[in-house]
Design a protein around this ligand. Structure first.
Ligand code: ADP
Length: 165
């Protein structure tokens, strides 16, 4: 069975993430989306909230599982008996960091490979931080995140979805 792990912060999940999930789920038998529980970052959403939002927006994809993890990615991947890590590449600015990370992971565990999927051009500008930046000032994030996530983001900033024109 070919198992892949798509790790990230997903704070919150965006249309860009969802596109990568949909496309990579077609390439493997099982895709595990790993939500990083990272103590050094202060997220907008708790890890439980991020897991639940991902579960909601991927519930129609049969071979996708959502779970959180902390610690080293290679240890998490190993614990699932997976050999593949999926990452999305938006622009050249992502490349240097992603390459360094995948090479480090290979030094730590030579049996794990990273596969990069290019972004859907429609979402190449999109990041979770941009979504938060726009939402906190009451901008329209309707095109950026899945329908089920929109109100949850505004709620964090004390804004009601209905007040957005
Ligand atoms: P991290 O904090 O690990 O970068 P993110 O949640 O920001 O986590 O991103 C997880 C993965 O999704 C990364 O590989 C990132 O490059 C990719 N990604 C983020 N936004 C997009 C997008 N708009 N299109 C394609 N891939 C994306």
């Amino acid at each position: 069975m070919r198992i892949a792990v798509y790790p990230g912060s997903f704070d919150p999940v965006t249309m860009g993430h969802l596109d990568i999930i949909n496309r990579s789920a077609l390439l493997v038998d099982k895709l595990v989306v790993g939500v990083l529980n990272n103590n050094s970052k202060t997220p907008l959403f708790s890890v439980g909230e991020r897991v639940n939002m991902l579960k909601e927006v991927t519930k129609k994809i049969p071979n996708v599982e959502i779970t959180s993890f902390s610690g080293l990615l290679v240890d998490f991947v190993d614990s699932l008996d997976a050999k593949i890590v999926i990452r999305g590449l938006r622009a050249i600015t992502d490349f240097e960091y992603e390459l360094q990370m995948s090479q480090t992971n290979r030094m730590l565990n030579g049996s794990i490979d990273t596969i990069f999927l290019n972004t859907n051009l429609k979402y190449s500008y999109l990041s979770s931080s941009m979504v938060k930046e726009v939402a906190q000032y009451g901008g329209d994030i309707g095109e950026f995140v899945p329908e089920q996530v929109i109100a949850k983001v505004y709620e964090k900033y004390g804004i009601s979805k209905e007040s957005i024109s």
